[in-house]
Design a protein around this ligand. Sequence first.
Ligand SMILES: *Cc1c(COP(=O)(O)O)cnc(C)c1O
Length: 307
Amino acid sequence: MTLHLITPTIDSTALSREYGLDIHLKLENTQPCGSFKLRGIGHACQTLHRQGARRFLSSSGGNAGYAVAYAGRKLGLPVTVVVPETTSERAKTLIRSEDAEVIVHGATWQECNAHAQSLRDATTAFIHPFDDLLLWEGHASMIDELATQGPRPDVVVCSVGGGGLLAGVAQGLQRNGWQDVGILAVETAGAASLAAALKQGAPVALPAIGSIATSLGARQVCQRAFEVASGPTLRSHVLSDASAVDGCATLLQAHRLLTEPACGASIAALAEVRRYFPQARRAVAIVCGGVGITVEQMQQWQATLPR
Ligand SMILES: *Cc1c(COP(=O)(O)O)cnc(C)c1O
């Protein structure tokens, strides 16, 4: 039994018409915790539980911390999520609703994470939000499903934060014999840690994060994501926060699905698929989801973000 669900892949007539390409959407927003994170985190938690873990620890106030809280409750293990002071009340309430203990510590994620590390002990497993083999292996299951749900796509479009999703997508393509499928890796300008790594020739830390797409706000991508991105099939695309929110609005209008700008970025980037992959006919966008959004918030961003 896995903790995540098999998600639908839908044909998007609306987006296909809009972007002149056969577009399919892998609906990871329909996972119990609202994002793909449960695939990798569920797999990691189950595996570590079998190996003797008796408590889980996370330092994410976002979708990763929420997924760890859910996984812990399902497995009957206590969970502690250390979050920075910037974490919203909504996020803390969601994490607590899965019976996890929430500890608020530090002004930045770095301070918060340092405190989380100090709470580790022999039977406590720390669950990293993106840099872990077990996570990538779990995320790869979305491509296994895709391979049973339809023909081979020419391109997979996915968003990149710390690069766990990208590493999982690449692993999934590989293990399904789809290693030549193109990958369009999408970031917002204020959180473009993959684009920075590609430019520098190695993962580098951004001085700061300046994007509303907080789920993409890892200052540095993991080494594995950089390696994947250095391969011949990947193109990196960076767009504005306003475009990412437009992507959210497009998805809401076309399919009545509300997702974070971290996900809207991949929808907006569908407009660029043909530019990067001129031969592409069929694209799959990973609708990565995210619970850090309300309709009011989306409308406020639409009204206030610079264009
Ligand atoms: C975590 C997350 C991402 C980015 O995933 P990484 O593995 O950090 O690259 C994108 N979108 C959503 C909704 C997320 O929760």
